[in-house]
Design a protein around this ligand. Sequence first.
Ligand SMILES: *Cc1c(COP(=O)(O)O)cnc(C)c1O
Length: 453
Amino acid sequence: MQRKILLNENEMPHHWYNIVSDMENKPLPPLHPGTKQPAGPADLAPLFPMELIMQEVSGERYIEIPDEVRDIYKIWRPTPLYRAIGLEKMLGTDCKIYYKYEGTSPSGSHKPNTAVAQAYYNKQEGVKKIATETGAGQWGTALSFACAQFGIECDVYMVKVSYEQKPYRKIMMNNFGANVYASPSTRTNAGRAILEKDPQSTGSLGIAISEAVEIAASDPDTKYALGSVLNHVLLHQTIIGQECEKQLEYTGDFPDIVIAPLGGGSNFAGIAFPFLKHKLTNGNKVRCIAVEPASCPKLTRGKFMYDFGDTAGYTPLLPMYTLGHNFSPAAIHAGGLRYHGASVLCSQLLKDGLIEAVALQQLECFEAGVKFSKAEGIIPAPEATHAIAQVMHEVEKAKEEGVSKTILFNLCGHGFVDMQAYADYFDGKLVDHVLSDEDLTTALAEVDALQPA
Ligand SMILES: *Cc1c(COP(=O)(O)O)cnc(C)c1O
């Protein structure tokens, strides 16, 4: 049985797939927070290069990947698709389990797929510097690498708690030439305002976004970049699923179930949307399942409404499942899944019943991740363990129903820079967190006031 399904460089897709073209209910427009009118390209121009803004609002089905971007992708793409033979044996299942491994990239996750594209379009428009935020450091690492490829300066606002507790990601960014600042910092109004209220603030993703956006908005040579959530980011990630489609053609399979963890929605969209296309256009029954942590359950317990993407309220209002822009999730180890909202595209698809969502506790996920390490020899990122745990649930369900399914999941990153998380798990220091209804109601209350009439 073939264990590893590889593609040649020349089989790498030439286009990204834009699911908007196949959605019956198009996503609602972002709104200007002041006027509550749809935010147009001009509103986003201070932050993003025009080509990315046009992708953000595009209805075209396929958008060509520039040759310069494909050239850099070739450092690690096409990525391998694995048949999880070891895991199947360990679970004693008749199901076929496949996983796409995005951990072979320069930063160890799927994020360079969009970082390289974003840096390229910024370079085309003469941008000198890009400012961004990073939580645990995966996005900052990816963008630092991408900026180094194009000779663009990169400023990263890193959530302070990670800056202090996870020094290795910062050093990776320094290797790629980026400047890394602990957020909240004294460099911005947003950062100073937080520090004035709470000098001991350890920061949050929402605060770090506010800082990076403020820097970009106030300097004509600097733009901003986001590592998830936005339509153009999800678009760039669709190279993952399109490669999988080709790889599965070689084995003669098509998935019954596609599973990925969801933070903002980009790696889920990346692997799922090219398969969901078959459901939207020819009635294929594929189930696409997004897995979120129980401590940050925007899809399963949040509300679909307009909300800000950041804490300070600098971004346009986005129609999405959200826990409220001031929601502060428990300090779980899957840092990449701690964002308060889900992308507009994933939110609309969930609202329309075209995708599914589940929330899982972190202990169960780490347990699944450790099992996977033993069976397959790859130590997964804590985020990716959420997908693995859900695969195990689906295998169990198939066993009960006496059926065999083909399951595909996204192993969106390795966990080599997350050893502290595994150490804490082995030392029994990790606990499960359940968000109380009370905290949820409080976090959502102030979002009600933002809704358009
Ligand atoms: C950032 C990240 C995520 C979550 O972000 P999405 O936009 O939902 O993909 C998940 N896994 C890894 C390894 C990440 O780096």
